[in-house]
Design a protein around this ligand. Structure first.
Ligand code: CA
Length: 233
């Protein structure tokens, strides 16, 4: 959703399947995005270079140049968010795409609501860099990012360790977006970390026990196996 006097966001849709491409185009236009399209990998890079999109929405299986190669080339000069459309079962492709600099993915077949939740989460990030996000509200708790505490819906305020707070703070600031394991480790522990997935499991387990209604079935701090974590309000 864009405010009336805000510049519309430009989305480059790269998809070789005509029906899906049309569905994406119509839904983006209905939500006031400006849409450009490419049907193969080479066309994608040529268009991206000219139009400088604010978001790249890209299928991985493409004619001429593979989607992974397009992402790698795009990342050489653009920091715009990249959202990947993948087929079910292609876990290795997801990991490869994220390693090359993609920001998130949706698995086909996906719902339009899910797709736009992902797009909003990715495009909100660039806005948040300029503005200050004060509070993140979920059905179970409220995270106050300015005062640095969390309040459960019943009114109690659990004590979080500094590590637990930094985990919650980073995930809540990136609400809706996939946060890769490496990114979360580096945000919380520092740049020399990146492979200590067990740190995340242990401390996120403690955090969930304090804020989730059913910590064994978390609704807000969700694991994406092998990839990372996602905060869902
Ligand atoms: Ca395809």
């Amino acid at each position: 959703m864009t405010a009336p006097n805000e510049k519309p966001m430009k989305v480059l849709v790269v998809e070789d399947e005509p029906h899906l491409r049309k569905t994406l185009r119509l839904n983006l236009i209905a939500r006031h995005y400006v849409v450009e399209e490419a049907t193969d990998g080479e066309e994608a890079l040529a268009r991206a270079a000219i139009s400088k999109p604010d978001l790249l929405l890209i299928d991985l299986g493409l004619p001429k140049l593979d989607g992974l190669d397009v992402i790698a080339a795009f990342r050489l000069w653009s920091s715009a968010p990249v959202l990947v459309l993948t087929a079910r079962g292609s876990e290795a492709d997801k990991v490869a795409a994220l390693d090359l600099g993609a920001d998130d993915y949706v698995t086909k077949p996906f719902g339009i609501d899910e797709l736009f939740a992902r797009i909003r989460a990715l495009t909100r990030r660039s806005l948040d860099a300029a503005t200050t996000l004060a509070r993140v509200v979920t059905a179970s708790f409220i995270v106050d990012l300015v005062k640095g505490h969390v309040t459960l819906t019943g009114g109690s305020r659990p004590h979080l360790t500094p590590i637990e707070w930094r985990l919650l703070d980073h995930l809540a600031r990136n609400s809706g977006r996939l946060v890769a394991q490496r990114e979360l480790l580096q945000a919380v522990w520092g740049p020399e970390y990146g492979t200590e997935a067990n740190y995340l499991r242990v401390h996120l387990g403690h955090l969930r026990a304090k804020v989730e209604i059913d910590p064994s079935r978390p609704r807000h701090i969700v694991t994406e196996p092998g990839l990372g974590y996602r905060f869902l309000p």
